[in-house]
Design a protein around this ligand. Sequence first.
Ligand code: ATR
Length: 281
Amino acid sequence: MAEETRRAFVCGHPIAHSRSPLIHGYWLDQLGIAGSYERIDVAPNDFPDFLAGIGRNGFAGGNITLPHKEAALRAVKRRDAAAEAVGAVNTVWFDPDGVLCGGNTDAYGFAANLDDQAPQWAKGRRAVVLGAGGAARAVIHALKQGGYGDIRLVNRTLQRAGELVAHFGTAVSAHEWDDVSGLLGDADLLVNTTSLGMKGAPELDIGLDPLPSHAVIADIVYVPLETAFLKAAKARGLATAEGLGMLLHQAVPGFERWFGRRPVVSSSLRKHVIADVEKPG
Ligand code: ATR
């Protein structure tokens, strides 16, 4: 009898830039699974109908990206703890009763990448986080889960950092961008969640001298693969974790839910995705 072909998707608007099909397509090939992972452009007005119809259209689930992550949080029937905490859903699936569930795998991806690239992060308790957007929410949730009790949030717009303090509670404090230097002296971890350093954006220029020598530096930017911020950290001899690993690890739980096998973030997957990241254009 022919094996059932399982289908999953990534939906966003726009969606052409998404590297998720490259990652899931690689795992489908490598594991020999009869499945597909499709890129679907859905305009915001059409999103509720799209999500309501995925089961009917033969999908086991999928990834949700900008600008639909908050709408997905509202639309699913069940949410995991990370989606509640982060305030966004990036992965949907059906439970055994056919109920549409939503989760957020970004915090998992962030922590799993640090476990891989700089495992000493887990011993830390004090972090400085640059930025206060959606990515910062996932990072803060991961840090709280990892036992960090002093998370200093630094953002150009102080009010946005204050909103995250109100959301996440007393483990988090809000600080002005110009005060960052004074927050680094006893930090175990410094994370960039802003778009600074991304191809086409201005560089992130933070003096790393005040950091202790055991500090870990993480950047969520992955184009370029090695940002100037990470280069400067390496030049100072600090342990680093780059953004590509977070992207790869956050894809693992969704694949397992849709296709029933837990995939591995291997060096050959990294090479496969790096070849695309480094393609000119
Ligand atoms: P995401 O959901 O990917 O985190 P976002 O919500 O647009 O994206 O957040 C981007 C982050 O980068 C914000 O913290 C933003 O600071 P503001 O809240 O002040 O906008 C930060 N950011 C973007 N450009 C910046 C710049 N030139 N200088 C400092 N911070 C910047």
